[in-house]
Design a protein around this ligand. Structure first.
Ligand SMILES: C[S@@+](CC[C@H](N)C(=O)[O-])C[C@H]1O[C@@H](n2cnc3c(N)ncnc32)[C@H](O)[C@@H]1O
Length: 324
C-alpha cells in the first residue's frame, strides 16, 4: 500500500512540511521564515495560502477545508473499501465472462489521502485517512485483474490533483505492476466526467464498474443527468455518498436527483450517525445483485429501506406527526 513519499521521515515528531515555489517539500519552519523575509523585502506582499504536510507528506486537513473532512470521514472510507473490494471482484468476473472492460470514475477524488486534524487537535491527535481513490487502488491491488480496468480521478482543485498524482507516481515507482491505467484530471467533473467516458468507451461497449460521486454539497443533478444518459454506463453502478439531512434541512430533493441516474434499483448503506446523516446510496440496473446486501445495504423499496430513508429524510417532529 502507498505509505510514504521518497525520503519522507518516519519520525512523527519531526517538522511539518510545506511546498515551496518549486513544488519541493521543505521544512515548514524554513518556508515560513523565507516568506516572512520576502514580505519584509516587499512590504504589502500578500501572504499566500500555506499548505501543510505531515512528516509522511500527507496533506493536513482541518475543519472548513474544501475536502470536507469531519469525524465521520474515516467510517465513510472504510465503508468505501468494503464496497470497492466487492465490486472489483464481481465486476472483474462479469467483464471476463462477457468480454467487456471495467471502469472506475471518481468524480470528486480529493487528494487521495490526508491527515485529519480536528478542531482543537494537534499533530499527536491527527489521524490518517485514505480517501476513495486510494481505497479503490488498494482494493484493486489486492484482487483485481489490473489490465481490465480504466480509472479516472477528477477534482476541481489543482492542489488535490497534484497531491494525488504525486502519491500515484510514488506507488508506480515502488509497485508498478499493481496499478492500472489511471488518469487524474483537474476541473469540473460535470464537464470532464462524461467526456472521459465517451473518449474511453465506444457507445456500443458495456463495461462493468463504478461511478463514485462524493461531492461536498450533496448530489450534483447536472452531472448525474449527463452520466445517466450514457449507454456506456448501463452496467456501471453509481455509488454516491449523500448527506441525507440536506433533504429535510435544505429541501434538497434527493429522490428526484437519483432519478437522473437512470438506474432501476437503489440500495441504502448503513447510516452514519454524523451531523449530516451521511449514507452511501448505490444505483444499479441489476435487480438480483446479492453483493450489496452482504455489506449491510438494503433495497430502497424494502420495508427496512423505507424505514432508513424516512429516518434520514424527515425530522423527529414530522415522524411524530405522521404516527399520530
Ligand atoms: C468530500 S470531498 C471528497 C474527497 C474524496 N472522495 C475522499 O474520499 O477523500 C469532495 C471533493 O469534491 C471536489 N469538488 C467539488 N466540486 C467539484 C466539481 N464540480 N468537480 C470536481 N470536483 C469537485 C472538492 O474539491 C473536494 O475535493
Amino acid at each position: 500500500m502507498i505509505v510514504t513519499f521518497e525520503h519522507a521521515s518516519p519520525d512523527p515528531d519531526s517538522s511539518d512540511y510545506a511546498l515551496d515555489e518549486a513544488c519541493k517539500f521543505i521544512a515548514a519552519d524554513d518556508e515560513l521564515r523565507r516568506r516572512a523575509l520576502e514580505r519584509k523585502r516587499r512590504p504589502g506582499l500578500k501572504q499566500s495560502h500555506f499548505d501543510l504536510y505531515d512528516a509522511y507528506r500527507w496533506p493536513i486537513v482541518r475543519e472548513g477545508d474544501l475536502v470536507g473532512c469531519s469525524d465521520g470521514t474515516e467510517a465513510k472510507c472504510e465503508q468505501a473499501l468494503g464496497l470497492f473490494r466487492q465490486r472489483v471482484s464481481i465486476c472483474g468476473h462479469m467483464a471476463n465472462k462477457w468480454g467487456q472492460r471495467c471502469l472506475l470514475l471518481d468524480t470528486n477524488c480529493g487528494p487521495g489521502g490526508y491527515v485529519w486534524e480536528s478542531e482543537f487537535g494537534n499533530r499527536h491527535s491527527r489521524s490518517l485517512i485514505r480517501g476513495t481513490p486510494l481505497q479503490f487502488l488498494r482494493a484493486l491491488a489486492a484482487n483485481g485483474r489490473i489490465d481490465t480496468w480504466s480509472v479516472a480521478f477528477m477534482d476541481i482543485q489543482q492542489r488535490h490533483c497534484d497531491d494525488l498524482q504525486r502519491r500515484i507516481e510514488e506507488c508506480r515507482r515502488i509497485r508498478p505492476e499493481r496499478l492500472p491505467e489511471i488518469e487524474v484530471s483537474c476541473g469540473d467533473s460535470v464537464v470532464l466526467g462524461p467526456a472521459w467516458v465517451r473518449e474511453h468507451f465506444k457507445s456500443s461497449e458495456r463495461p462493468y464498474g463504478l461511478v463514485v460521486h462524493d461531492a461536498n454539497n450533496g448530489l450534483d443533478p447536472v452531472l448525474l443527468g449527463e452520466l445517466g444518459t450514457l449507454h456506456q454506463l448501463e452496467h456501471v453502478d453509481f455509488a454516491m455518498y449523500v448527506p441525507a439531512a440536506k433533504h429535510k434541512w435544505h429541501r434538497q430533493d434527493i429522490s428526484e436527483r437519483l432519478q437522473f441516474c437512470n438506474k432501476s434499483v437503489w440500495l441504502i448503506g448503513p447510516i452514519l450517525r454524523d451531523h449530516w446523516q451521511h449514507a452511501w446510496l448505490v444505483g444499479s440496473n441489476w435487480p438480483k445483485d446479492p453483493g450489496y446486501l452482504k455489506l449491510g445495504f438494503v433495497r430502497w423499496d424494502s420495508a427496512e429501506g423505507q424505514q432508513r430513508w424516512q429516518t434520514i429524510t424527515t425530522t423527529y417532529a414530522q415522524r411524530r406527526q405522521t404516527a399520530a
